[in-house]
Design a protein around this ligand. Sequence first.
Ligand code: ATP
Ligand code: MG
Length: 394
Amino acid sequence: MMFKAFLIKYGEIGLKGKNRYLFEDALMRQIRFALDGAGEFSVNKEQGRIFVDALSDYDYDEVLERLGRVFGIVAICPVVECEDNSWDSLTKVTGDYVASVYGDKPFTFKVESRRADKRYPKKSMEISADMGEYLLDRFPQATVDVHHPQVLLNIEIREKTYIYSLSVPGPGGMPVGTNGKAMLLLSGGIDSPVAGYMIAKRGVRIDAVYFHAPPYTSERAKQKVIDLARIVARYAGPIKLNIINFTDIQLAIYEKCPHDELTIIMRRYMMKIAEHIAKEDGCLGLITGESIGQVASQTMQSLAATNEVCTMPVYRPVIGFDKNDIVDISQKIGAFETSILPFEDCCTIFVAKHPVTKPNIRAIQRSEHHLDDVIDGLMETALNTREVLLCEPM
Ligand code: ATP
Ligand code: MG
């Protein structure tokens, strides 16, 4: 394997003092987690940069793919190492590296050097100039361009020398675990996994809740949601998924409330239960995949009615997105194929032919009074009988 290490570049804007150290530690933790099972690696922080050293064989594409899912990484630079820092070894290793990556195609380049070990006999400027000369000799098709080089060759002399010129973009964002935790309302659709992904990208750890209605919804529908949680977990880390049996609450609503208000009332109880678990588990907000105007339950009036029962902030990261935009992200994160599997979710069973699109909150509250005798007990049972699963990355 040509690359013995990876230099991890991350955004440093606004990272000062204690914040910087928390950010870096969380990033190293997430990198170790992402590489678990892909080989043996050591992850270290050195002078404000993170190095991942390979201690065993590994699959290059797999490692890049895994690092590409770690929020907080801006770029990944595969590094060639030269164990012995003599000038002869250094030029040979650098030259061989350039030959294997750029072959005999013409290219322009610039060498940039750093000397962490100040005892090294050449100064940085000299290292760059001398290496440049060596490369021009060895690669007649290459020319130097100090302003816009196609190849920026970095040479860093420490105990060993690190050589790198490639830079693979990372996902950006902030490392998960730097920004508290939130509760994702995860359905089997396209939107909510994307919403969870987007909030996790800002450094937020994710718990999730799914409402099912057996026997109206199937085991396969539930398994689909578990699979989606495991897909989001590839980015967000393991997700604690609460599965709530919502059947009796739905039946009570169906029996006692006007049918055109079913969806809104149901959505309000989902939010209430989600918020209850969220508070118990130390979450600081709820996350949904709602988008203005997408369906009757997501008009401005419907969103206001749903929102009214929550005291926690509700984060709706796809609120202004068109379906196409959401589908793009869903495909990018590998959730789409699972999201479009055709299993019914619990909302489609009890939908009215003509749901209200402009619900009036007072009217909804009046309808909910029909549930006064039963709802507390039903909510308590739903909470007490919930199933909790830890969904590991798929
Ligand atoms: P999605 O594609 O995420 O399923 P949707 O377009 O089907 O969204 P709705 O069914 O109105 O929209 O749901 C809006 C949001 O409410 C979802 O994005 C999700 O966050 C939450 N939600 C809906 N149904 C459930 C459920 N059965 N369990 C948990 N959350 C749900
Ligand atoms: Mg849905």
